[in-house]
Design a protein around this ligand. Structure first.
Ligand SMILES: Cc1cc2nc3c(=O)[nH]c(=O)nc-3n(C[C@H](O)[C@H](O)[C@H](O)COP(=O)(O)OP(=O)(O)OC[C@H]3O[C@@H](n4cnc5c(N)ncnc54)[C@H](O)[C@@H]3O)c2cc1C
Length: 370
């Protein structure tokens, strides 16, 4: 029996498992196992909509048992804590899993760049739990503000900072701007008492977009009441304040809520695996053109965890859903070739169709084609 183990049931892990199950349908001596720390797949691309009460929290989770019903895929609920690449075995919190082929698809987690207080105090947006915690906090903070009689404290409670004006930050700020008038009405708070900021050290929003579209995003956020502060770093975050840095000047501002969307790095298990694998750029695993970890032909890397610059390109593949979909195809093909000894390995040559960023539920900008 050959064991194929996939760690992570995000976009990349789920798609790779489905494609492999289809290709290997007739191979009776193959077991495909998907391990995830949650019993469900999370649609990360909609986390901001949950956080800002636009969609129901259950609408972004899909049961893994249901996803793989009727397929030769065994689902395991566990958190993988270490990998022995020589012994070919994974250690989880509840079990041990030997493998013949391993696919790492554990995605990313927020990174805080050593900013004091950022990890401990700010709210993040990179898991189902993060989105639900933020959703409840936003309601709670308006509830508290409504019965606060000290005007300064009331103003502080109603001051929101989103740190990061990339993809996630802009989408979060846009959703927040649409939620605020609804909460003001619900809790009978004057809209003018609420302040919203989106802060970024770079000089424009969503740098993956052309400048013209970045400017459109900035204008839209401003129109929605978000003060966009570019060229502004964060020097520290405390229980009730944020320190902003412009040039050499650091100023402390009162803040009720800070949402941290300033950057990501590889998940914990990939950082742990980095002791044995080659990694680059915030812990992504360097792969060969077949998406295998360098020097480990039995370990494939999928989705956000990949660090690979396709032939003829200057930049590594983007950490986006299209990269998950297309890496799943290549891995399913190449692993099948290695396992069966039939066919030729194929290079990873992804084609990306563009980028779309929503700023609230009614406005978005898109760059079609790359
Ligand atoms: C708010 C937001 C909006 C976004 N919008 C877009 C968008 O519009 N378009 C776009 O293309 N991309 C978007 N992205 C990025 C996109 O979501 C990611 O590129 C994508 O989720 C990466 O997929 P993945 O399968 O590599 O990892 P993930 O989706 O992160 O999945 C990783 C899985 O691994 C599991 N896991 C992690 N560690 C372990 C462990 N040790 N043991 C077991 N399981 C583990 C996790 O539970 C998770 O299920 C957005 C992201 C966010 C947060």
């Amino acid at each position: 029996m050959k064991n194929i183990v996939i760690v992570g049931a995000g976009y990349a892990g789920v798609l790779t498992a489905k494609k492999l199950a289809k290709r290997l349908k007739k191979q009776e001596n193959v077991q495909i196992t998907v391990i995830d720390k949650n019993p469900f797949h999370t649609m990360y691309t909609e986390l901001h909509e949950v956080a800002a009460h636009r969609v129901d929290e259950d609408s972004i989770k899909i049961s893994l048992e249901r996803v793989f019903a009727g397929r030769n895929v065994h689902v395991v609920l566990d958190t993988v804590t270490s990998i022995d690449f020589d012994g070919k075995v994974l250690e989880g919190r509840v079990g041990t899993y030997p493998y013949d082929y391993l696919i790492l698809a554990t995605g990313s987690k927020p990174t805080f760049f050593g900013v004091p207080g950022a990890e401990e105090i700010s709210y993040t947006l990179w898991s189902y739990d993060d989105a639900v915690v933020l959703r409840e906090h936003l309601l709670h903070v308006f509830r508290r503000a409504a019965r606060e009689t000290d005007p300064a404290e009331r103003r502080r409670l109603l001051t929101f900072y989103v740190v990061g004006a990339g993809f996630t930050g802009v989408e979060m700020a846009g959703e927040l701007a649409e939620l605020v008038p609804l909460l003001c009405e619900k809790f009978e708070i004057d809209r003018d008492e609420v302040s919203m900021f989106d802060v970024d050290v770079l000089d424009r929003t969503v740098p993956i977009l052309p400048k013209k579209l970045s400017d459109k995003v900035e204008r839209r956020l401003t129109k929605m009441g978000v003060q966009v502060m570019l060229g502004t770093g964060v020097a520290g975050i405390g229980k009730d304040y944020i320190e902003l840095k412009q040039g050499d000047t650091v100023e402390c501002h009162q803040a009720g809520t800070v949402i941290w969307t300033a950057g990501i790095e590889s998940s914990d298990i990939v950082s742990e695996a980095a002791k044995a694998l080659q990694t680059a750029r915030r812990g992504r695993v360097v792969t060969d053109k077949y998406l295998r970890a360098v020097d480990h032909e039995d370990v494939f890397i999928a989705g956000d965890n990949i660090m690979y610059v396709p032939e003829g390109e200057e930049n590594p593949v983007p950490q986006m859903v299209e990269n998950c979909e297309q890496s799943a195809d290549t891995i399913a093909h190449n692993l099948t070739v290695q396992l069966t000894g039939q066919g030729e390995l194929e290079d990873y040559r992804p084609k990306f169709h563009g980028v779309m960023v929503s700023v609230g539920g009614r406005y978005g900008v898109a760059q079609v084609g790359t």
